[in-house]
Design a protein around this ligand. Structure first.
Ligand SMILES: C[S@@+](CC[C@H](N)C(=O)[O-])C[C@H]1O[C@@H](n2cnc3c(N)ncnc32)[C@H](O)[C@@H]1O
Length: 396
C-alpha cells in the first residue's frame, strides 16, 4: 500500500547521485521540448529507468537489498530460488539439450542458488543465460557470481540481445514485467485521456490529453474484454507493448516453459472500480510513494502486472497458459517444507532470520499472495507441480 510520506523526511541522496539525477532531468526536459512539450509516461519511464549511464537501472546506485530501495524474493532468502529450481528440474529432465534464460538478473543471487540446487538434483542445464539490459547490473552480477559460484562461471553467459537461433529450455523472470515502461490514463466525461509528462514552471508535471492511437485502442479493447465501461474518475496503467514484448522474448523458444513472477492481478481485479487511483508505485530507500517525478534516476517506478493481458498476449504466438497461482502456493507445491528443513537453524539469530524470510515470502499480505506466478509453455507437456495445489487460470 502506498504510504503518505513527507518528502523532506526521506533520506538525503549523496551530492554525486543528485548531480546524476539533475543531468537525467535535463535530458528528459530536452526530450519533452523536442517532442512539442509533452511525452507519454512510457517514454518518460524509458529515460527515468533505462537512459544509458543515468537511468535508475542503468546507473550505478545501489538498488537491491537493505541498503537499496526495495527487496525482491530471491534477495530475501535462498528458499525462493531453490523451490524454483525444483520446478525447473522435471522440465530440464525432459529436454535433451537445455538452457535457462533469466531476464534481468538483479544481483545474480537467483542464478547462483538455482544452479546450486540443480547441481544437488543432478539436473544442471547446458547453459545459464542472463539477458541483462543494464551494463551496471551485468558488471555487478559478474563480480558476485565469480565469487559465489566460480565453478559454474563457464556455464553462465550474458546476452545483450535475444539469441538468434532456437533453443529448448526455461525462461525465468522475477519482477521483470513490472519494470517495463507502461502508459497511464484517466477517464473523465466518458472520454479516455492519456496522462503524459510536460514541464510546468520548470518542474515535471502530468499533462492530460485526449487519448489516441494504440492507447485508445488498448483501453477500448480492455473495456470490451471486461464487459463493462471503466468508470469516470478512474486512473490506471496499461502496457500496450506487452504482447510485442512477450512475442520477442519467446520467439526462439522451441520447446520449454516460461515462468514469470510479479506483483499483479487478473484484469477484473486490476481495473476494479475500487482501484481507481491505479497501481503506480515508486520506491526510494524502502519508502513507497506515488510521485514518479521525485529525483528521476534515483528511485524505482513500477506498476502491477495485468496477468489477463499477459495471458491474452499468448493467443497468436503459440504459447499456452499452463498455470497461474500465488507465490505462496507455488513455493509450497515445490517443496518449501523440505527446503526449510535444510536451512541453517543452528542459533536463535539465524532461526529468526529464516522465520521472517518465510513469512515475507508466503504471508498473504506480503509477497505470498500479492506476487503471482504464470507458466507459459511451448511444445511442452511436463506436469508443473507448482500449480497443482491451486491453479487460478479461471480467474484470468
Ligand atoms: C525489479 S528488478 C528485478 C531484478 C531481479 N529479477 C530480482 O528479482 O531481484 C527489474 C529488472 O528487470 C530488468 N529489465 C527491464 N527491462 C528488461 C527487458 N526488456 N529484458 C530483460 N530485463 C529487463 C532490469 O534491468 C532489472 O534488472
Amino acid at each position: 500500500m502506498t504510504q503518505f510520506i513527507n518528502f523532506s523526511d526521506l533520506p538525503q541522496a549523496e551530492p554525486e547521485a543528485l548531480a546524476l539525477s539533475q543531468c537525467l532531468l535535463d535530458k528528459i526536459k530536452t526530450n519533452i521540448i523536442r517532442n512539442g512539450g509533452v511525452i507519454g509516461f512510457d517514454a518518460y519511464l524509458r529515460q527515468a529507468l533505462y537512459e544509458p549511464g543515468l537511468g535508475y537501472y542503468s546507473a550505478g546506485q545501489r538498488k537491491f537489498g537493505e541498503a537499496g530501495d526495495f527487496v525482491t524474493a530471491p534477495e530475501i532468502s535462498p528458499i525462493f530460488s531453490r523451490c524454483l529450481a525444483r520446478q525447473c528440474q522435471p522440465i530440464l529432465a525432459q529436454l535433451v539439450h537445455s538452457v535457462i534464460m533469466e531476464l534481468g538478473a538483479g544481483t545474480g543471487i537467483m542464478a547462483a542458488e538455482i544452479l546450486l540446487e540443480l547441481q544437488s538434483l543432478k539436473q544442471l542445464p547446458d547453459a545459464y543465460w542472463i539477458l541483462e539490459v543494464s551494463a551496471d547490473l551485468k558488471e555487478r552480477q559478474q563480480t558476485f557470481l565469480k565469487e559465489r559460484v566460480p565453478f559454474f562461471f563457464d556455464k553462465i553467459q550474458w546476452l545483450e540481445q535475444l539469441p538468434d537461433s532456437s533453443y529448448d529450455g526455461i525462461i525465468l523472470g522475477n519482477e521483470i514485467v513490472d519494470a517495463l515502461p507502461f502508459k497511464r490514463f484517466h477517464k473523465q466525461d466518458n472520454t479516455i485521456f492519456e496522462l503524459g509528462v510536460s514541464i510546468v514552471n520548470g518542474q515535471l508535471s502530468w499533462q492530460q490529453n485526449e487519448a489516441a492511437g494504440k492507447l485508445l485502442t488498448g483501453v477500448s479493447a480492455l473495456e470490451e474484454s471486461l464487459h463493462t465501461n471503466i468508470p469516470n474518475g478512474f486512473t490506471s496503467e496499461i502496457n500496450i507493448e506487452l504482447s510485442a514484448w512477450l512475442e520477442s522474448i519467446a520467439s526462439k523458444l522451441n520447446n520449454g516453459v516460461m515462468l514469470l513472477f510479479d506483483y499483479g492481478y487478473p484484469a477484473k481485479d486490476y481495473y476494479h472500480p475500487q482501484r481507481y487511483t491505479g497501481t503506480l508505485q515508486c520506491y526510494y530507500r524502502h519508502h513507497v510513494h506515488d510521485d514518479p517525478f521525485y529525483m528521476p534516476g534515483l528511485q524505482d517506478i513500477t506498476a502491477s502486472v495485468d496477468f489477463t493481458c499477459l495471458a491474452e498476449a499468448t493467443h497468436n504466438i503459440d504459447l499456452r497458459v499452463a498455470g497461474f497461482t500465488t507465490q505462496s502456493s507455488f513455493l509450497i507445491a515445490n517443496g518449501l517444507d523440505d527446503i526449510i528443513n535444510t536451512l541453517d537453524n543452528s542459533n536463535s539469530k539465524q532461526q529468526s532470520i529464516n522465520a521472517q524470510a518465510i513469512r515475507t515470502l508466503t504471508m498473504p499480505g506480503e509477497m505470498g499472495e500479492r506476487i503471482k506466478v504464470m507458466a507459459l509453455t511451448r511444445n511442452c507437456n511436463v506436469p508443473l507441480q507448482g500449480f497443482t495445489s491451486m491453479d487460478q487460470r479461471a480467474r484470468l
